[in-house]
Design a protein around this ligand. Structure first.
Ligand code: ZN
Length: 421
């Protein structure tokens, strides 16, 4: 390892100053550090982000899909480029670190490369992907999805609760929907070499194990369930208990069955019921219909599909005992995406060479990396989240851990730059 590369040590105070400055740009009307996609706050934050990219020494090219792409030119512009980044939008009531650490951390890594005169062979692209968090249109990772060619024309017709189409939101944000759909063009013609994303863990594993770095093994697949329970509405005062077909009681059993399935998962698996809507909802009527929304996530594909089948059967069986029919529909939000072994290997050996302890960890949350994996081999670096908290104002990662993450990111980029292929 050259002595120049040894000097790539991030300056924590610079990352901290950037984190603080970006955190100031949040929606004053909302809880926490809210900066949701397409909002005026988000627009302002991205103006700031663009100027930070320029200050760090990047040439900034916004693409048609609303991603901010900062380029650090390498010696060989024809070589497939390295790509890193994450997102700077938040959920409503979100925190200051989710996604943000990956973009601001990458900027510090770039500053280190420039200051210590470490010239990469390949171009390095630092991307702030548009709207990673799931939005009112029920679609996450807008920018990375578009780059990977996974955003369809039909998606632009999705409507939010006010009836506004996604395509119209793009237009109001100053983006042409047809450019959004063709944005994958540049990513395909540009040829990408490897993608690595630095992110906060958003779970408790690293803190529990007292390890500063997680090397992600796989990003969990997400299967969403919509179940409709059809019983019979009856007078709540006169229908005897044994003669009822109470849809809500059947759904309540199903909630517990979902939980039980999640608790029985090996490796990493979780199952959550997030919504029950009971009708008619009158105090004196036995519930006749219930709609239930649940999801299961795991990095174990076999468990996920077996658990889906078990759950469907068990929910039907238990509901049948109450005289309630169930219609269960599943849809896959994200397929489980393992990280690429070659990138995993480079990240872990970068941590080893820096003397930094690491552990392999699964990711229960989804990330832009899922989509960029369609374009090139992908890997992720995690830093600990205090108490495993995320998507809340209390979300916190220690600066020392973030700095370690940035250092591992920098070393990983240098090593990936030298990897052939
Ligand atoms: Zn994120």
């Amino acid at each position: 390892m050259s002595s120049k590369v040894e000097k790539l040590v991030p300056v924590p105070e610079r990352v901290e100053a950037d984190l603080d400055e970006l955190a100031r740009i949040h929606d004053p009307e909302s809880e926490g550090w809210t900066r949701t996609v397409f909002s005026e706050t988000y627009r302002a934050s991205r103006e700031w982000m663009r100027s930070r990219m320029v200050d760090a020494g990047l040439q900034v090219h916004p693409d048609g899909a609303g991603n901010l792409v900062g380029v650090l030119p390498g010696c060989d512009p024809a070589a497939p480029a390295l790509i890193t980044g994450s997102h700077t939008d938040t959920v409503e009531g979100g925190g200051r670190f989710d996604g943000i650490v990956g973009v601001l951390g990458a900027l510090e890594a770039v500053r280190q490369l420039i200051e210590h005169d470490v010239r990469l062979e390949r171009d390095l692209l630092v991307v702030d992907f548009l709207g990673e968090e799931s939005n009112e249109f029920g679609l996450s990772c807008l920018g990375s999805r578009a780059l990977a060619g996974e955003l369809s024309a039909a998606d632009l017709y999705r409507r939010d609760h006010r009836g506004t189409r996604l395509g119209d939101r793009y237009t109001a944000f100053g983006l042409d929907p047809s450019d959004v759909l063709t944005a994958s063009g540049w990513a395909r013609t540009r040829a990408l070499h490897r993608y690595v994303e630095l992110h906060v863990e958003q779970g408790p594993l690293l803190e529990e194990r007292d390890v500063p770095i997680g090397v992600v093994t796989a990003i969990a697949g997400i299967e969403r369930m919509l179940a409709t329970f059809t019983g019979r509405p009856d007078h709540a005062g006169t229908m005897p208990m044994g003669d009822r077909r109470d849809a809500l009681v059947a759904a309540a059993e199903a909630v517990l069955t979902v939980r039980q399935e999640g608790c029985g998962a090996p490796v990493h698996g979780v199952a959550t019921t997030s919504r029950l809507v009971s009708e008619p909802g009158s105090p004196n009527v036995v519930p006749g219909t219930v709609r239930m929304q649940a999801e299961m996530r795991s990095v174990d594909v076999d468990w996920l599909s077996a658990a889906q089948r078990r759950l469907t059967e068990e929910i039907r069986l238990k509901a049948g005992a109450y005289g309630v029919d169930v219609d269960v529909e599943w849809s896959c939000d994200n397929e489980c995406r393992p990280t690429h072994p070659a990138v995993h290997e480079v990240i872990s050996s970068a941590a080893d060479s820096l003397g930094v302890a690491w552990e392999p960890v699964p990711s229960g949350a989804t990330h832009d990396a899922v989509h960029i994996a369609r374009l090139c081999p992908m890997g992720m670096i995690f830093v600990p989240s205090r108490g495993g908290r995320s998507h809340c104002p209390e979300e916190w990662s220690d600066l020392s851990h973030i700095a370690t993450g940035v250092q591992v990111l920098g070393r990983t980029l240098v090593e990936l730059d030298r990897t052939p292929g």
